[in-house]
Design a protein around this ligand. Structure first.
Ligand SMILES: Cc1ncc(COP(=O)(O)O)c(C=O)c1O
Length: 428
């Protein structure tokens, strides 16, 4: 049939995407890094303080162990759903040393990172329409994971006056008939705040009383501040397996975020369901890094302790240098890999501050709005991936960006990245 006589095809329409996905904001780190493309370099090389990554490579023997494991044909086959037994055994021993209590290999499941651990856990703890309480500022991936599943994240606001520690009474008042869990992050991303063991215990009591799961993300547990040697006493409670789900990451402590290994601890009821999500989504976690970690967990204890001291020294240097050189950017909380910094009063909000900081001064940070409601006056600076020389350069970059009485000037700044590329302004 000649082309001009062919019946017109119906216009092609892209099939619909699930509204739960469309409502989720874009991943914030690449979006914020894109601002730095406008930086002309006049203040020196760009400083990327967006991502929580360790600022040094893995231990050389760890690299050798990884190489050996990657060359082992056994590592190329599917592994156990629950993860390598040898790794679960050494991790359980590590947990007994750190927390006390009686954690066993059987309590642990290895996951392809703590983020997938959270997703897999939430697949079995909360159904669409349920609610999970998240203290704010929250770790944006937690809220994104819940939103993708149609689960509502209920913000539990934390205050600067409380050191950004969540308040169990405020959380209790927000528990409703659809609440299934409270998810805490300690040491915290983004504020760095570290919950005292006693406060974690009060949240455990609340969860016990109200029949909720307590999900504890301890990705940064190897970076406790000086003077605190145990994160909490939950694993010493005889009932922890009935309601606690703990997440751990090997990304930070072993400097291997690219290898994707984490762990989830929980009791038999939880594990019985969790394994269904594992089988469908992950099958088994990557095997070569598990082989290497089974060696590294007991062998690199001293190295890990040294890294903890290094990060603590970096936090102290960051505080000292920023307070002396750019006091108008006030550190409201600091710990683990992060400083949670209040932007100067003359800045219209932290989205504008972060964008201008990246585009005009080459310092790339995350604006507080990406961490949920209430973050509009703060930015997160991840200093773990820097050294003291880099930190020393920060105050000069910050200084003078929002001089006092500069509100009129600030208002003339173009609005930050327009939708749909906006990673912030997510209303709960
Ligand atoms: C609180 C928190 N949980 C989980 C993760 C992700 O860890 P993983 O690399 O093990 O998935 C991060 C990484 O930044 C984090 O900050």
């Amino acid at each position: 049939m000649p082309p001009d006589q062919m019946p017109a095809r119906p216009a092609f329409r892209v099939p619909a995407i699930a509204p739960t996905a469309v409502a989720v904001p874009v991943p914030p780190i690449p979006a914020c890094r894109a601002w730095a493309a406008r930086y002309a370099g006049e203040h020196g090389a760009p400083l990327d303080l967006t991502q929580a990554v360790p600022g040094w490579p893995p231990h050389p023997e760890m690299l050798a162990a990884l190489a050996r494991a990657a060359g082992d044909p056994a590592a190329a086959t599917y592994g156990l759903l629950e993860g390598e037994t040898a790794l679960r055994e050494v991790l359980a021993e590590d947990m007994r040393l750190l927390y006390g209590g009686d954690a066993q290999a059987d309590d642990l499941r290895i996951t392809a990172g703590a983020n997938i651990g959270f997703n897999l856990a939430m697949a079995v703890l909360a159904a669409p329409g349920d609610e999970v309480l998240l203290p704010t500022p929250w770790f944006f991936n937690h809220e994104m994971a819940l939103a993708l599943r149609g689960v509502r994240a209920v913000p539990v606001p934390c205050r600067a006056a409380d050191g950004f520690l969540p308040d169990p009474e405020r959380a209790a008042a927000l528990v409703g008939p659809r609440t299934r869990a409270i998810a805490l992050v300690t040491p915290n991303n983004p504020t760095g705040a570290v919950m005292p063991p006693e406060l974690i215990g009060r949240f455990a009591d609340l969860c016990r009383e109200r029949g909720l799961w307590l999900v504890l993300d301890e990705t940064y547990r190897d970076f406790l501040p000086d003077g605190q040697d145990t994160p909490h006493a939950l694993f010493r409670r005889p009932d922890w397996r009935d309601f606690v789900v703990q997440l751990y990451s090997f990304s930070k402590a072993y400097c291997i975020p690219g290898h994707r290994v984490g762990a989830v601890a929980g009791g038999p009821v939880f594990r019985g369901e969790f394994i269904k999500a594992v089988d469908n989504i992950q099958i088994c976690p990557p095997r070569p890094p598990q082989f290497a970690l089974a060696w590294a967990v007991p062998e690199l204890r001293e190295w890990r302790a040294g890294n903890r001291a290094r990060i603590a020294a970096r936090a102290a240097a960051f505080r000292r240098i920023l307070e002396a050189g750019a006091p108008e950017w006030r550190i409201d909380a600091i710990g683990a890999y992060f400083a949670w910094v209040r932007v100067p009063d003359a800045a219209p909000d932290s989205a504008v501050a972060a964008e201008r900081l990246a585009a005009e001064r080459g310092v790339v940070s995350l604006p507080g709005g990406v961490f949920g409601p209430g973050g509009e006056r703060h930015i997160r600076l991840a200093f773990a991936n820097t050294d003291e020389d880099t930190i020393a350069a920060v105050p000069a970059r910050l200084a003078g960006l929002f001089p006092r009485n500069s509100a009129a000037r600030a208002e003339r700044v173009p609005a930050p990245v327009a939708a749909p590329g906006r990673p912030f302004d997510r209303s709960p």
